[in-house]
Design a protein around this ligand. Sequence first.
Ligand code: EPU
Length: 338
Amino acid sequence: MGAIETSSNATLQGMNTMGVAVRARRLVTVKQLDAMERALDQVAADAPLLVLGGGSNILFRQDFDGTVLHIADQEIDVSPGNGGDLVTVAAGAEWDGFVRWSLAQGYAGLENLILIPGSVGAAPIQNIGAYGREVSEFIEAVDVIDRATRERRRLSPAECEFGYRDSIFKRERDRYIVIRVIFRLPRQHPLRTDYAGVQQWLDDHDIDDPRPADVAQAVESLRRSKLPDPADIGNTGSFFKNPIVSSSKAEAVRAAFPDAPVFPLDDEHAKLSAGWMIEHCGLKGTREGDAGFSAKHALVLVNHGEASGEQLWSMAQRAIDAVEGTFGIRLEPEPLVL
Ligand code: EPU
């Protein structure tokens, strides 16, 4: 039984990076993936089940009246392969630790994704991305348990339906439990240094022939300067997605607000900057009680200490309303709001 730990009326405050003091009716921690089926047998069929990884992409508005399942298995297994080794990682491994491990092993590809909070199992769910890279570019397959049938399945990237901060796991939230992610990690891979700030950092440090570890250092330094660290102040990174709008809508925004950043995606769509719009609405660095928007980055909703989930959500609503009123665009939360 040592592979599973269960507790009742468990606090989740240390299990969500927003630091909200909520409780779960039951918390089941699975230390070895072999025990997953046994753990699921303990979950009442009619009660809500939430699989919680690093808790870095969730806002709890209230207590969770059901079972929270936390996978703590962190095993990594490597098998050599063509075009890159196959690296199989259990869902409970910490993402940033895994990125650093991959760099230490001499793999390339994950360097732009350093310092993203959360677990490996959560990475495919929102298809984590930063500085021009998305994790889906290196995912070979995702091992899941189908919650309806309790069967284990291996999903291909196509079956995962990856998109910008999106996947099947986000769209059909109660269908699968991610238990392992299989990466194909090359030792040689073109670096991405074109995202704002990365090349500049390399130039400033006189690095003309960067290695993956140099890019990781550049990204780490940029993230530390721009994003508040959840270890210091509760947050879930970007609280809203950058809205993808029609090119004509983007042009209309540009005509009215010539400084607004617009990133064309294709002939018909462009991505706008939610952070810029929130800052333009005057909300950057503001707070109401302990809920606020970071003074470092307007897109980051922060908990200065004791904010409740409802207080944080009402602050988020202020940004949604302000941006909609000014730009006619409705921001969508990026984390799961429960
Ligand atoms: N901006 C402002 N004010 C701010 C912050 C940003 O005006 O307070 C404007 C600036 O013009 C800046 C632009 O927004 O040039 C873009 O800002 P940034 O480069 O920080 O990127 P972002 O679009 O705000 C996205 C991801 C981040 C990721 C960075 C870097 C989303 C929702 N967020 O943020 O991901 O780290 O790019 O690639 O796509 C996360 O998802 O939690 C996250 C942190």
